[in-house]
Design a protein around this ligand. Structure first.
Ligand SMILES: [Fe+2]
Ligand SMILES: [Fe+2]
Length: 280
């Protein structure tokens, strides 16, 4: 079932409301989210805000595959503006101050990355008598050669979360991988939201056992490029002009990729895309 309407969700007065924002790209987008969020929280009655911020900061401009992450300043800006939990992905360890950032209980990195990298992948949010676990997972398709990952389903199962009130950020390049995981945990979580590709499907599926699934929340970032990055870098690469070439963020208005979840007392959920409002 697709496209559950917000009007239906609002009828559930016992539900709590969560906003999930896809990958925030660049300082401009960080500031735009920070400026807009207080009004979003108020006008949309949000209890919980989760945002993926793995691309919030350009930490080096010679390779977009390793040059992002989130600076302490970007994280502070988002948290102070009203983001409750920040998630990450393959860029979580790009920025030089990542260890400081990932020390925060409110900043996650993928849980199922092997080794002794900084950070943690699970957070617990409490508010209004409700409790939600937020889990950040990554698929091998997004980790690439940089990181070794364990099976995301096995890693999730090992957490032994006994409460269904769980929102998963599944960071992956593969829609198949995300769909498979979502069906594997349907009825055990409130929602599985995909991140990483920055191209929003924003089709809100309600799986048979009441979990919401969105293959990709998209991004909060500039539209006129490749994943929020100026197209020149990737065009040069595709054309095999492999000389050193710096990249810059794309220009254009900011698109907002997000999902609002209405989570019932039993942990089942309804979802609705946030209209792709453009912030100029
Ligand atoms: Fe990203
Ligand atoms: Fe990513």
């Amino acid at each position: 079932m697709r496209g559950q309407s917000l009007a239906v969700a609002i009828q559930n007065e016992t539900g709590m409301r969560a906003l999930f924002l896809g990958d925030i790209v660049g300082a401009h987008a960080v500031v735009a989210v920070a400026q807009a969020l207080p009004a979003w929280r108020r006008d949309r009655g949000l209890d919980l805000v989760i945002a993926n911020a793995e691309n919030a900061t350009v930490s080096r401009d010679d390779d977009p595959r390793t040059g992002f992450g989130m600076s302490a300043k970007a994280v502070e800006t988002l948290l102070e503006a009203g983001v409750d939990i920040i998630t990450g992905g393959n860029h979580s360890w790009d920025a030089p101050d990542c260890e400081t950032v990932l020390d925060s209980a409110r900043v996650l990195r993928p849980h199922n990355v092997a080794g002794t990298l900084a950070g943690h992948g699970v957070a617990e949010w409490k508010g209004g008598g409700r409790k939600i676990a937020v889990v950040n997972l990554i698929g091998a398709s997004a980790a690439g050669r940089r990181y070794t990952v364990s099976n995301p389903l096995a890693a999730f199962d090992a957490l032994a979360l006994d409460d269904r009130h769980v929102i998963v950020d599944f960071h992956s390049d593969s829609v198949t991988e995300k769909q498979t995981f979502a069906h594997a945990v349907d009825g055990r979580v409130s929602a599985v939201i995909g991140t990483h590709t920055h191209e929003p499907s924003l089709l809100v599926h309600r799986l048979p056992r009441g979990s919401v699934f969105v293959a990709d929340a998209g991004m909060v970032g500039p539209l006129d490029g490749v994943q929020g990055i100026g197209p020149a870098y990737y065009v040069h690469e595709m054309a095999e002009f492999r000389e050193p070439h710096s990249f810059e963020l794309a220009s254009g208005p900011l698109t907002v990729g997000g999902i609002i979840l209405e989570i019932a007392e039993d942990g089942s959920a309804m979802g609705e895309r946030v209209a792709p409002t453009l912030v100029t």
